[in-house]
Design a protein. Structure first.
Length: 253
């Protein structure tokens, strides 16, 4: 069944603006109706959008997605199997964390002792993954102590603190979305979003590690690293990471 752009947006959950942007960069181009010239998305485009969204959910940049999907040896079944493997790994890690938090709550409420090994189940996997993904970069940019500080804060974070930082991040996203609609990274909403980003950072950085310069440097890193670009752009639309960086610049200068 062919879809008009607004119909595919409603079906997939992405915005019309995002679909137009994908068309603009050549990532997902609709077909043309021979009868009236309407831009229509047919089965191949629908399947391609599904693949794009799978990759975006895994943090792959749009540039990398285009290379992967347009590769001569692209195999859709093999790609889906790879997606499934990654998602299963993420699910297993989340299940471990849920189990750890549940055990800790029960131990507190019912005064049931937990072994030291039980206390770190799930958390140590999160720390190991943090080390593997960002460890070397953090050491090179900020030194080994910065990585140790972040891991220590992750390991000691309580359930309520974890929920607080997640809520803070969602509030930041909401304000940043409003600022993007206004179109001014110096507007009040953008500056508030940048301040919330600072507060969010302090859940992971010791206060003494924060400075306006370090905040700006981190935002520069977001632009340079496709993993971070994908993280923010996926949630707020193309250009969100750059907009956040500009807001942080305005906030810290």
């Amino acid at each position: 069944m062919p879809y008009k752009i607004h119909e595919l947006a409603a079906l997939s959950g992405v915005t019309v603006r995002t679909l137009r942007y994908y068309d603009q960069i050549g990532l997902l181009c609709p077909a043309r109706s021979a009868d009236n010239g309407y831009r229509l998305y047919e089965a191949p485009q629908v399947d391609r959008l599904q693949q794009i969204l799978f990759y975006r959910a895994l943090g792959v940049s749009l540039e990398q997605i285009a290379v992967l999907l347009d590769a001569p040896d692209y195999d859709r079944t093999r790609t889906l199997e790879q997606h499934l493997t990654v998602l299963q790994k993420q699910r297993d890690q989340l299940n471990l964390l849920i189990q750890n938090v549940t055990q800790t709550i029960r131990a507190i409420q019912e005064e049931i002792p937990m072994s030291d090994n039980q206390k770190f189940e799930g958390l140590k996997q999160l720390i190991e993954e943090n080390n593997q993904t960002y460890g070397q970069e953090v050491i090179e940019k900020y030194g080994a102590k910065a990585l140790e500080d972040t891991n220590r804060r992750l390991a000691s974070m309580s359930k309520s603190q974890w929920e607080e930082q997640q809520a803070l991040e969602q509030k930041m996203f909401s304000l940043l979305r409003q600022a993007m609609q206004i179109g001014d990274p110096c507007c009040e909403q953008a500056i508030q979003a940048a301040d919330l980003h600072r507060q969010w950072l302090l859940y992971f950085w010791p206060a003494e590690n924060y400075s306006a310069q370090a905040h700006r440097a981190l935002a520069e890193g977001y632009i340079a690293d496709p993993r971070f670009t994908a993280y923010y752009d996926k949630r707020l639309g193309a250009g969100a990471t750059l907009f956040l960086k500009q807001a942080i610049d305005a906030y810290t200068l």
